[in-house]
Design a protein around this ligand. Structure first.
Ligand code: NAD
Ligand code: MG
Length: 393
């Protein structure tokens, strides 16, 4: 236990996989944290339960239709209730020491930026924020003096072994990838896979979108862009290696030949605990590594032929400007269509590729640029998805 006074925390996306793991850690440390704000998209029942249990000061829900039942569920309690996208931004902007950014997708950009702009400690799980607006977000971090702590297990691993004082001594960073549930399949086998099969990840239990991203390996591609911004590394110095056991969470290679890694069981409560207690350490109930039991760790090169998302991400970084923003938005639409059984598994990367080809690359200088390219990409990808849906009938 630490002797410091309780840390006040805000959880954006408290009802999701990362959000509930964060709450699990808070619950295990009574007295160490006070909850300022919790937010969710539409699950007002769970949000109300969490707010009551944690005695939150305010809650905000994205879906305006959920306002009335949420307000009703919290009637007679001293908990502020608000709804709509602006309410999420206000919740993020309200004073607290620490913010978990665990909304999924570009929808998390505005609230995450609000937390960054007030100089909070921001634990970032919401990788799409850096994919769609990385340069602008990192500028805001520099300007505000906010502390950005990576929650994504790979980036959290790198953060723990990355010598920020001697970056010239870093040769490259190596992101490990589990390879997802379809790691060993050929394209013909992947073509037949259903949403239920795609979200059944062998090692991690996560939200639906990131699970599909793991199956296409777009997740590793998004993480490559995330790493580029967090660690200011050119893409040539970021390598991806497939490591199916998910025990080594990532590595940093130095010019003297040393390679430093962080290891642990695949349980998000370890990287979340790292950020929640930072700069201290706190206990986490994650299963302990038993290396003798694991016995073998294996590695293989990624295959961009079977997983074209890896190629698309490298191309988007090569093109620069709006290309990563477009890739991210198209991927969100395509994954959504796949989860709704409107398009097939292989169509996801194809929709992303065709959307990227259809939208000329332009500069991203402002948040308006981000929103414009994001919207263009969503419109284009939605039209493509609808045409695939028709041809499937
Ligand atoms: P999830 O789907 O389980 O939860 C998402 C949360 O965001 C929910 O609370 C939901 O209510 C909220 N939300 C969704 N859409 C929203 C919208 N439009 N507006 C406001 N709120 C919205 O997702 P997750 O698995 O917890 O992932 C969250 C983020 O963390 C993602 O960016 C993901 O890539 C990243 N991440 C997750 C894991 C993991 O193990 N789950 C690991 C690494 C990184
Ligand atoms: Mg990850």
């Amino acid at each position: 236990a630490s002797s410091r006074s309780p840390r006040s925390v805000t959880i954006l996306g408290s009802t999701g996989s990362v959000g509930t793991s964060t709450i699990d850690l808070i619950r295990r440390n009574p007295g160490a944290y006070v909850v300022e704000a919790l937010t969710a998209n539409s699950d007002w029942q769970q949000l109300a339960r969490q707010a009551i249990e944690l005695d939150a000061r305010t809650v905000a829900i994205g879906d305006p239709a959920a306002y009335a039942p949420l307000k009703e569920a919290l009637a007679g309690r001293n908990i502020g209730v608000a709804a709509g996208p602006e309410a999420l931004v206000e919740a993020a902007a309200a004073k607290s020491d620490w913010v978990m950014a665990a909304i999924v997708g570009a929808a998390g950009l505005a609230p995450t930026l609000a937390a960054i702009r007030r100089g909070a400690i921001v634990a970032l799980a919401n990788k799409e924020v850096l994919v769609c607006a990385g340069d602008l977000v990192m500028q805001e971090v520099a300007r505000s003096g906010a502390t950005l702590l990576p929650v994504d297990s790979e980036h959290n691993a790198i953060f723990q072994v990355f010598d920020f004082e001697r970056t010239e001594a870093i040769e490259k960073i190596i992101l490990t990838a589990s390879g997802g549930p379809f790691r060993t399949l050929d394209r013909a086998e992947m073509a037949k896979k259903t949403p239920a099969q795609a979200v059944a990840h062998p090692n991690w239990k996560m939200g639906a979108k990131i699970s599909v991203d793991s199956a296409t390996m777009m997740n590793k591609g998004l993480e490559l862009i995330e790493a580029k911004h967090l660690f200011r590394m050119p893409q040539e110095k970021i390598e991806i290696v497939v490591h199916p056991q998910s025990v080594i969470h990532s590595l940093v290679a130095y010019i003297d030949g040393s390679v430093l890694a962080q290891l642990g069981s695949p349980d998000m409560r370890t990287p979340i605990a790292y950020t929640l207690a930072w700069p201290d350490r706190m206990a986490s109930p994650s299963p302990r590594l038993d290396l003798a039991q694991i016995a073998t760790l294996t590695f293989e090169a990624p295959d961009p032929e079977r997983f074209p998302a890896l190629r698309l991400v490298r191309e988007a970084l090569e093109a620069g400007g709006s290309a990563p923003t477009v890739l991210n938005a198209a991927n969100e639409v395509a994954v959504h269509a796949f989860l709704n059984e409107e398009v097939g598994f292989l169509d996801i990367a194809e929709i992303v590729e065709r959307t990227m080809a259809a939208i000329p690359v332009g500069p991203i200088d402002t948040l308006d640029d981000v929103h414009n390219f994001d919207k263009q990409a969503r419109d284009t990808a939605a039209k493509l998805a609808a045409s695939y849906a028709r041809s499937a009938v």
